[in-house]
Design a protein around this ligand. Structure first.
Ligand code: PHE
Length: 339
């Protein structure tokens, strides 16, 4: 029996010496030390031994078992270490490999122009105000001196949510909200999205952007309005730009004007861009109507103000020489990359 045990020990040690992976190691353990393993089999057969032999053989089996267990542990550690090294070797990063090129984004031309406009007015001490796009009919029309059924509503047909709620057709309702909430001096611009039920073409879109301006204080005059717009036009379209006011009608300003800038392409001589007129219309403006001030609880005998509104799309088209408004909404990178 002693020879048998020694043979088992030799066989096991030999197998352990050559083991290459964890799976085979476990198989070896089961083969010799498992419930039905070879060494376990010896222990089971010890009942047949004599009383003198039993402790001697028992001790031998225990020694061999200890030896095998130790060897299994050593080999297990060796294999774990080997696996780790192999994994690390596989994970090495080749820093010389070419990377994925990330393309750099840029601001949409509308955002660029809006940022420029904001900068000019912030530089003159204006604050930025915002209002809801889904607006009460009262703020979008009535408080701006455009009663229900007034013919001037025709030019600003909108999308009605119900009789009293509309998608705002202009940024002017923000004026009313600000004047209701705050007493003069007021000096704000309100950039934002507006809606009109217009057909899409090269110069129209049912959704577009405006920037509204409002100044209310004691002694504000038309001269202040003209000076302000002149500074604005020069900053956006160049030092040589001049402006021209043409009498107009807006229900919420009196007097009212449409404001043109000298053509940025030809400087006023007349060209294709200005349709040979030398001028390009960019905004509406005027002195805030006394009725509008009154509706907001501001006394028109003490205070006066001016307001103006400009289209961001039209300004961007001028600034970048874009001849079709639709290009601004198509998100075609070949177009947008140019600005
Ligand atoms: N809200 C006017 C429009 O959309 C523009 C405007 C604003 C005119 C402020 C005068 C004063 O046509």
């Amino acid at each position: 029996m002693r020879e048998q045990i020694e043979a088992i020990a030799r066989e096991a040690m030999e197998k352990l010496e050559n083991v290459q992976d964890m799976k085979s190691l476990e198989e070896i353990r089961v083969l010799f030390l498992g419930k039905k393993g070879k060494l376990t089999g010896i222990l089971k057969g010890m009942g047949a031994l004599s009383a003198e032999e039993r402790p001697v053989i028992g001790q031998l089996v225990n020694e061999v078992r200890k030896q095998l267990e130790d060897s299994i542990t050593t080999n297990k550690n060796r294999l774990l270490q080997k696996e780790r090294e192999e994994r690390i070797a596989k994970e090495t990063i080749d820093v010389t490999m070419p990377g994925t090129l990330l393309s750099r984004g840029r601001k949409h031309p509308l955002t660029q122009v809006l940022d420029e406009i904001k900068e000019v007015f912030i530089g003159m001490g204006y604050e930025i105000a915002e209002g809801p796009e889904v607006e009460l009919d009262y703020y979008n029309f009535e408080a701006l001196n455009i009663p229900k059924n007034h013919p001037s509503r025709d030019t600003q047909d909108s999308f009605y949510i119900n009789e009293n709620v509309v998608l705002r057709t202009q940024t002017s309702p923000v004026q009313i909200r600000v004047m209701e909430a705050k007493k003069p001096p007021i000096k704000i611009i309100c950039p934002g999205r507006v809606y009109r039920s217009d057909q899409v073409d090269a110069t129209h879109s049912p959704i577009f952007h405006q920037v509204e301006g409002l100044v209310v204080d004691k002694g504000v005059t038309m001269g202040d309005l003209i000076g302000t717009l002149q500074v604005f036009a020069k900053s956006l379209f160049g030092e040589n730009t001049i402006i021209r006011l043409r009498p107009h009608h807006f229900p919420f300003t009196e007097p009212s004007a449409e404001v043109d800038v000298s053509c940025w392409a030809c400087g006023g001589k007349g060209c294709r861009v200005c349709k040979n007129e030398g001028w390009i219309e960019i905004l509406g403006a005027g002195m805030v109507h006394p009725k509008v001030l009154e509706v907001c609880g501001i006394d028109p005998k003490i205070y006066s103000g001016f307001a103006f509104g400009l289209g961001v799309e039209r300004t961007a088209m001028g600034r970048f020489n874009i001849d079709d408004m639709r290009l601004l909404y198509e998100n075609d990178m070949r177009f947008l990359k140019q600005f």
